[in-house]
Design a binder for this molecule. Structure first.
Ligand code: NDP
Ligand SMILES: CC[C@](O)(C(C)=O)C(=O)O
Ligand code: MG
Ligand code: MG
Length: 342
């Protein structure tokens, strides 16, 4: 094992219990970090804009809510968990003016540091604690007494104690219960973007859509196609999560396993791997980051048009209807069926 791993016994929570933490943003990660830290005995406040739609939720959950500027001024550990595209303006306008030497900035993803959109001053610790799961799972697992593995990094160790703080923070959100791996901002940012674009989100979503289209265009019922290419995916991925691809292949029929070996490479051809290499190159060069941020600066026109187009894919209507009839339906309280936006 080359990776450096940390567990509960390697982290001293009292380091964080002696600090004041501001979590800026109360979305997927923000709510999970704020609530997990609060439940770990940390002095937490949440920073949200006046009129923010998350304010009422944070207050209902017993958290003190201030504006981002007030929260950053009151705290000495500032956690930036607003969307990546909002972070640089939020940082410049509300957080940078409140930073003092010895403070710490914590990120959940290295995007803005890796691509230079945020350049913190020299006297501040710059830390990454990135849970390897969606925020709602980070909270759900913590409440269940478990944790989500995190990867942690230090970009700037101004105090000489940034690593201890990073481990304490990971313990506060439950990460060291599961195990935490040491990384760098560059490695986290590039691998996270690659994973979500090529495999976890972009790869899988488009694979599922293509499978659904192939079956329905051939005349099969959409409901049957939905079960085959989407519903059952979770059950297959659960086995991979438990014991790798090998456990999944152990559980499926020999027919399915043989089909995997002979047909999988017909779908994932060498050309697909070449495309993956191009995607990785665009991430490493900053071309993807520039395209994303430039579009956001332009009113997110491309992003919103793509979100709208993808939401219209026929598999969504089929799935919505089917899920409403079945007992396995499980939803997060703040997720609205049919809406991609949070
Ligand atoms: N989503 C995930 O599971 C993961 C996310 N990350 C990283 O965590 C960070 C946060 O992502 P995520 O949780 O998805 O973000 P969300 O999109 O869920 O964040 C939304 C929250 O941020 C608030 N917000 C938006 N703009 C501002 C602003 N200008 N100032 C203050 N608050 C603002 C929103 O307020 P309002 O309600 O008013 O709109 C809302 O509370 C990112 O760096 C992301 O890459 C890392 C791992 C996984
Ligand atoms: C896989 C997507 C993710 O990186 C995550 C949940 O880890 C994200 O940015 O949301
Ligand atoms: Mg990720
Ligand atoms: Mg990500």
């Amino acid at each position: 094992m080359t990776a450096e791993l940390y567990y509960d016994d390697d982290a001293d929570l009292s380091i964080l219990q002696g600090r004041k933490v501001a979590v800026i943003g109360y979305g997927s990660q923000g709510h999970a970090h704020a609530l997990n830290l609060r439940d770990s005995g940390i002095d937490v406040r949440v920073g949200l804009q006046e009129g923010s739609k998350s304010r009422a939720k944070a207050e209902e959950q017993g958290l003190k809510v201030l504006t981002p500027r007030q929260a950053a001024e009151e705290a000495d550990v500032v956690v930036i968990l607003a969307p990546d595209q909002a972070q640089r303006h939020l940082y410049a306008d509300e957080i940078a003016p409140a930073l003092k030497a010895g403070d710490a900035l914590v990120f959940g993803h290295g995007f803005n540091i890796r691509f230079g959109y945020i350049q913190p001053p020299a006297g501040v610790d710059v830390i990454l604690v990135a849970p390897k799961a969606p925020g709602h799972t980070v909270r759900r697992e913590f409440v269940a007494g478990r944790g989500i593995p995190d990867i942690i990094a230090v970009e700037q160790d101004a105090t000489g104690k940034a690593w201890d703080l990073a481990k304490a923070y990971a313990k506060g959100i439950g990460g060291t219960r599961a195990g935490v791996i040491k990384t760098t901002f560059t490695e986290e940012t590039e691998t996270d973007l690659f994973g979500e674009q090529a495999v976890l989100c972009g790869g899988v979503s488009h694979l599922v859509q293509a499978g659904f289209e192939t079956l329905t265009e051939a005349g099969y019922q959409p409901e049957i196609a939905y079960f085959e290419v989407l519903h059952e995916l979770k059950l297959i991925v659960d086995l991979m999560w438990e014991g790798g691809i090998a456990k999944q292949r152990w559980s499926i029929s020999d027919t399915a396993e043989y089909g995997d070996y002979v047909s999988g490479p017909r779908v994932i051809t060498p050309a697909v791997k070449e495309s993956m290499k191009e995607i990785l190159a665009d991430i490493q060069s900053g071309a993807f980051a520039k395209r994303f941020i430039d579009d956001q600066e332009n009113g997110a026109k491309e992003f919103l048009a793509l979100r709208e187009k993808e939401a219209q894919h026929p598999i969504e209507a089929t799935g919505r209807e089917l899920r409403s009839h079945f007992s396995w339906k499980q939803q997060d309280a703040d997720y609205t069926e049919g809406s991609a936006a949070r």
